[in-house]
Design a protein around this ligand. Structure first.
Ligand code: SF4
Length: 222
């Protein structure tokens, strides 16, 4: 069984399919505690949990008729039955599945269990301001594949410089998709644009979270 706190259809606000509809499945619990976490309700015990089998989750996704699937949290990869769900999704190539993972979990065992092309990893690299950089699984930076995404949530100048350093050191922009995403309350997105110009950062994309532009930031299920 998997602990689901939300399953809903909305606009994909970020990532490679931003602006398209997606079916979101948000799991309870997270192994990190980022300083700027915007989904505290996924792990603080305040939200009712519905326990679903992998088959129930898959059936609900199929019933929605939506092609894009985003598994998020909390943290999807700490869930006991997640591989069983990934196998169901991987066997259905009409679906495109994004796993939003916080970057602290080694993705290798999951990729090995479900090597299908329709399963894409969207990994965070937690920067200093999050307080979680020491938790990052650095092996993931070497395992990333072209269709995957590394996402840097930037909350300060220090974060910005660290993100640029990691991208260059691991040549991420040549090996996967790279997104810079500002914490809007803490850094002006234009400061990120200026640094991208200064550093001549080709193939890095500034990403403003569409759902936060369209709906109040505290609204759930959107
Ligand atoms: S990894 Fe995500 S869900 Fe977990 S604390 Fe950080 S921002 Fe929140």
């Amino acid at each position: 069984m998997l602990p689901v706190i939300e399953q809903f259809i909305s606009l994909d606000g970020e990532g490679p399919t931003a602006g398209e509809l997606a079916c979101f499945v948000r799991f309870e619990q997270c192994n990190l505690r980022c300083s700027w976490c915007d989904t505290v309700y996924s792990w603080d015990g305040t939200t009712p949990v519905q326990y679903k089998t992998p088959q129930q989750i898959y059936d609900d996704i199929k019933a929605s008729g939506i092609r894009n699937v985003t598994l998020t949290g909390g943290e999807p990869l700490i869930q006991n039955d997640i591989i069983a769900l990934l196998q169901l999704l991987a066997d259905d190539d009409t679906l495109l599945v994004h796993i939003e993972t916080n970057g602290s979990i080694d993705i290798a065992p999951f990729r090995k269990a479900c090597p299908a092309k329709n399963i894409v990893y969207i990994l965070d690299y937690k920067l200093p301001e999050s307080g979680m950089e020491q938790q990052m699984c650095m092996d993931n930076l070497n395992q990333i594949q072209r269709e995957d995404v590394y996402k840097f949530v930037i909350a300060s100048e220090e974060d910005l410089h660290r993100a640029v350093k990691i991208v260059k050191e691991y040549e991420l922009q040549h090996r996967c998709q790279v997104f810079f995403s500002p914490v809007r309350e803490l850094i002006d997105p234009l400061a990120i644009v200026e640094e991208m110009k200064e550093q001549c950062l080709n193939k890095v994309r500034l990403q403003l979270q569409l759902h936060k532009l369209l709906w109040p930031k505290e609204m759930r299920g959107v």
